[in-house]
Write a protein that binds this ligand. Structure first.
Ligand SMILES: Nc1ncnc2c1ncn2[C@@H]1O[C@H](COP(=O)(O)OP(=O)(O)OP(=O)(O)O)[C@@H](O)[C@H]1O
Ligand SMILES: [Mg+2]
Length: 251
């Protein structure tokens, strides 16, 4: 990648729910335009880390910096401005079932821009076309497949042309082919929009197909125990646990 400046910096981050410490001492940086994978076993704190990065959970300690700007120490207004640059696809997918795809994608645009209804319709159609859902504007989520729902969620996450896309388990519940299509789409969008992409996933195929860099969170020792390019981690695993995690299915 041509541009390798640091986009996101996580420094000495501790995360807790009350007195329950989920992870501590997280230190990593994410380069602009890279696909960064957060991996680890169920319950280790992947979604929790994402929630800290997008502004839903406050750190117990430590900093998260975007382009060098301290996210959690910024004034509410500045933090909101930073959050506008995020697009998020939650673990649960979370399209509104009572709204059409067009209405779902229009929601953030209506909330955060002054575009006219005609202009919004145009942007919405463009976003749906980008994820291969041209012509499905008036469909309801229940009328399309799981893979199409994920893509519609992706269209909504991209509605405001985000600089950073956050995905929590985007391929959960998808068959391998739909999952691969979604991976391809994530790469295409990264390439065309130049976005930085942060993905929580434990799907090996996705990890190796799209990950430029990664961290591994360990639920037992409650900190990150590895970081680096997933293929390189597999080639030279720092611990038996990483080897086991990255070679599942081959055994
Ligand atoms: N709102 C909450 N209040 C208290 N504890 C929570 C809360 N959310 C999550 N936890 C706990 O924090 C830990 C990490 O949860 P988290 O959802 O971040 O894990 P995860 O790695 O995303 O798991 P999965 O792969 O199953 O999605 C778990 O022990 C979980 O029970
Ligand atoms: Mg999770």
């Amino acid at each position: 990648m041509a541009n390798t400046s640091t986009h996101i910096n996580v420094h000495n981050l501790d995360m807790a729910y009350g007195s329950f410490v989920v992870q501590r001492d997280l230190n990593f940086e994410i380069k602009r335009g890279e696909v960064f994978i957060i991996m680890g076993d169920s319950g280790c704190g992947k979604s929790t880390l994402l929630r800290h990065m997008i502004g839903l959970n406050t750190p117990a300690r430590g900093e998260i910096l975007y382009d060098g700007e301290n996210f959690w120490e910024a004034l509410p207004r500045a933090r909101e401005a930073m959050m506008r640059r995020f697009g998020v696809l939650y673990q649960s997918g979370a399209l509104w079932s009572s709204m059409t795809l067009a209405e779902n994608v229009a929601l953030p645009i209506e909330a955060y821009t002054d575009l006219s209804p005609d202009e919004i319709r145009e942007v919405v159609s463009l976003k749906l076309a980008l994820v291969g859902l041209a012509g499905f504007e008036e469909f309801y989520p229940s009328e399309i497949s799981g893979g199409m729902q994920k893509r519609a969620g992706l269209a909504r996450a991209m509605a405001l042309d985000p600089e950073i896309l956050f995905f929590d388990e985007p391929s959960a519940g998808l068959d391998p082919i739909s999952s691969r299509r979604l991976d391809d789409l994530i790469l295409e969008l990264r390439d065309s929009l130049g976005s930085t992409v942060v993905v929580v996933t434990h799907e090996l195929a996705s990890i190796f197909a799209i990950g430029d860099n990664s961290i591994f969170l360990d639920a037992e020792v409650r900190t990150m125990v590895a970081s680096g390019n997933p293929k390189q981690l597999l080639a030279d695993p720092p611990t038996p646990k990483i080897r086991e995690f990255l070679s599942r299915g081959e055994l």
